[in-house]
Write a protein that binds this ligand. Structure first.
Ligand SMILES: *Cc1c(COP(=O)(O)O)cnc(C)c1O
Length: 511
């Protein structure tokens, strides 16, 4: 009997008499069910407590990068493996205690939502089964579920059923995926010949509030940053459509080639929604692709009272929408939707000989590698699939409307207080500044910047900033189902305390 057949060394044979070869390798990273359950139950217990206690913790532990490296330890790569349980415990301890908690009820920074806990279970399940959602044959059920998620997203915001698309890592990727499809559709000769093959310079139009993705997209697509026509905004931070018409006409008169207009549905700084219907009209006149960046704001279209802001949305050739923002999915989940899915296929599909993905008896099989940049793809759709069902349309309407109501409450409280100035409120974004009577205007920017930096470090609340008409503002974006009315009232008190401290600091410095 060879040592391979001895019991207890990790190998077993189905047929002991004839067994020559090991049936099980005992690989370092393998875990059996019992070991997996033990580590997993412990982790789930810790995370359950983390969820219960998140509101009592500081929003941030405020450690410097050097302190964090110290806590983490500067060990080299371990030579030998370690037991899974110890590694999982340590990771949970590090992350639960030294992270910025964007699930905290008083985290209102940037546009990062509280993540629905069901999403954590989804990611666990997705990673355990590990379907490769690049091709139907590699992920039969996961592909069907992603298709369903994309249909549901369109239904939630009220798009007609012709829209289809793909899930991507976030808003930037959702916008890039659409942008390249637009360039390919409008400058088809560029697929082989590059942008240089276009007889006239292709140009894209967007307002000054457009998110920075547009600069990366223009530069990296070969159009070049100078192909962006930055259109001025009106008093409400919306694209000025008269200015747009003028610039377009001038470009046409000088034989340039307008190909695309980008409307923003919820701009990052103030939440303003462009006049999408007006932009759609202009797109038609000039035969331009209409792209709508609704990464943040579009979920509000699920609410009847908000829908008028998004009129014209269904004219879009392409749309970007982020489930990891206002649909509360954990990072990462963005979505590109296109009116005609062939535009994605024409842009991204290729058929190498080493893929046997297209069976003739299954013409409806969806191969997502043909719809976007990625080849191998994880199952990010699962968390969206789960959270959409946990909330339902009604749940989203309720949560999103509450976020908007709380943003309006913050605006109202700020406008009622003598030391605060409310600046803007659109959708769930409110901007304001601390403005003590008597302090001259030219010191207010410095004061509010000092205040924001202090607030971001002290762990009671997390806000971000916006600069509006040269005013440095505090900015609260509520995409947080844990935030309550009393949090908003407390935040006002925290801002006032911090503001008075910052004002003293400035006065003392100038003495
Ligand atoms: C957040 C945001 C983006 C970028 O999305 P990421 O998910 O951070 O990549 C793009 N456009 C708008 C309008 C956004 O709000």
């Amino acid at each position: 009997m060879s040592h391979l057949q001895e019991p207890g060394n990790g190998y077993y044979c189905a047929n002991r008499e004839n067994c020559q070869m090991p049936r099980k390798r005992n690989a370092q990273v393998d875990m059996d069910g019992a070991e997996f359950k033990k580590a997993g139950y412990r982790l789930i217990d810790q995370l359950g407590d983390f969820i219960d206690q998140i509101g009592q913790k500081p929003v941030t532990a405020d450690k410097s990068p050097a302190q964090l490296s110290e806590i983490l330890g500067r060990n080299p790569l371990p030579e030998h493996g370690q037991p899974a349980i110890a590694i999982v415990d340590r990771a949970a301890d590090l992350l639960c205690n030294f992270s910025l908690l964007n699930g905290h009820p008083r985290f209102l920074g940037y546009i990062t939502s509280s993540a629905a806990p069901i999403g954590a279970l989804a990611d666990l399940l997705a990673a355990a089964v590990n379907p490769n959602v690049g091709a139907h044959i590699l992920s039969p059920m996961a592909t069907a579920m992603e298709k369903q998620v994309i249909k549901w997203l369109g239904e939630l915001i009220g798009l007609p059923p012709c829209y289809d698309g793909i899930l991507v890592s976030g808003g930037n990727m959702a916008n890039f995926t659409a942008f390249f499809a637009a360039v390919h559709a409008k400058v088809p000769e560029s697929k082989a010949g590059g942008i240089a093959a276009s007889p006239a310079r292709p140009l894209v139009y967007c307002s000054r509030t457009t998110h920075t993705w547009i600069e990366k997209a223009a530069a990296l697509s070969g159009l070049g940053g100078d192909s962006i026509r930055w259109i001025a905004t009106d008093k409400a931070n919306r694209m000025d459509l008269h200015a747009l018409q003028e610039v377009l006409q001038a470009d046409k008169n000088s034989n340039q080639r307008p190909i695309m207009i980008i409307g923003t549905a919820g701009d990052v700084s103030t939440g303003a929604v462009d006049d999408l219907k007006g932009i759609a009209e202009i797109c038609k006149q000039h035969d331009c692709w209409l792209h709508i960046d609704g990464a943040y704001g579009l979920p509000a279209a699920a609410i009847p009272e908000q829908r008028r802001h998004f009129e014209g949305m269904a004219e879009a050739d392409s749309i970007a929408l982020d489930p990891h923002k206002w649909l509360y999915a954990p990072l990462e989940a963005g979505c590109t939707l296109v009116k005609n899915p062939n535009h994605l296929i024409q842009t991204y599909s290729s058929h190498p000989v080493y893929y046997n993905f297209n069976q003739e008896d299954q013409p409806e099989a969806r191969n997502y590698y043909e719809y976007g940049f990625q080849n191998s793809r994880g199952f990010r759709a699962l968390k969206v699939w789960m959270v959409l069902q946990q909330a339902g349309r009604k749940g989203y309407m309720e949560m999103i409307a509450t976020d908007i109501r709380l943003a309006a409450l913050l605006f109202r409280l700020a406008s009622q207080h003598a030391e605060l100035e409310a600046i803007t409120q659109n959708l769930s974004i409110t901007t304001l500044r601390y403005r003590p009577p008597g302090l001259p205007e030219d010191q207010l920017n410095q004061l509010n910047e000092l205040l924001l930096n202090d607030l971001q470090r002290n762990g009671e609340v997390f806000l971000s900033n916006a600069v509006i008409d040269n005013k440095y503002c505090l900015r609260a974006c509520i995409v947080n189902f844990r935030t309550s009315d009393s949090d908003i009232e407390e935040i006002v008190e925290i801002i006032l305390r911090g503001g008075r401290k910052a004002a003293d600091h400035i006065k003392n410095k100038s003495v």
